[in-house]
Design a binder for this molecule. Structure first.
Ligand SMILES: [Zn+2]
Length: 171
């Protein structure tokens, strides 16, 4: 009961401070990590996801570059990024960097087991697609050797609309 009250209070405090709706799904609490593979039909996903989340995660869609989600991503402080479909932990602000490409960029996933890479030859190009290991949702692509001064020189170019952000708790 206390938690519920706290949640309502937090929600009210949030909306009071910022009337603008978050472009990226944002939650105060960590979603439960899925125990195994998450398998659902498209009809089931449609009831769970917002249309843009469905388009990105289930139809390998791409959000417009430099959009609201990206602007919000750049303003976000410390926190973790989870799959908007199944809640799996994917990325953390610790590996976030500003690539200037117009999409949220990370140089490494925070939980490598939750991310699966696949060859993608759509659109006449060969790219490496990044998907969620738990639900198979499309996240974006990874590019390597672009010369970014990061520990891996990889750019996980991720659709922020397919992510769920959980801000780090203030200590
Ligand atoms: Zn997922």
């Amino acid at each position: 009961m206390l938690f519920v009250l706290w949640g309502i209070f937090a929600l009210a405090a949030c909306s009071g401070a910022d009337h603008k709706k978050s472009a990226m799904e944002t939650r105060a609490e960590m979603p439960a990590e899925p125990a195994g593979k998450v398998v659902k039909t498209d009809a089931e996903w449609k009831t769970l996801l917002k249309p843009e989340q469905f388009r990105i995660l289930r139809e390998a869609g791409t959000e417009p570059p430099n959009g609201d989600v990206y602007q919000e991503f750049k303003r976000q402080g410390k926190g973790t990024y989870h799959c908007a479909g199944c809640g799996a932990l994917l990325f953390s602000s610790d590996q976030k960097f500003d690539s200037g490409c117009g999409w949220p960029s990370f140089y490494d996933p925070v939980k490598a087991d939750n991310v699966v890479m696949k060859m993608d030859t759509s659109g006449g190009r060969t790219r490496v697609e990044v998907t969620c290991a738990k639900c198979g949702g499309h996240l974006g692509h990874v590019f390597e050797g672009e010369g970014f001064k990061t520990p891996t020189d990889k750019r996980y170019c991720i659709n922020g609309g397919g992510l769920k952000f959980v801000p780090a708790k203030e200590k």
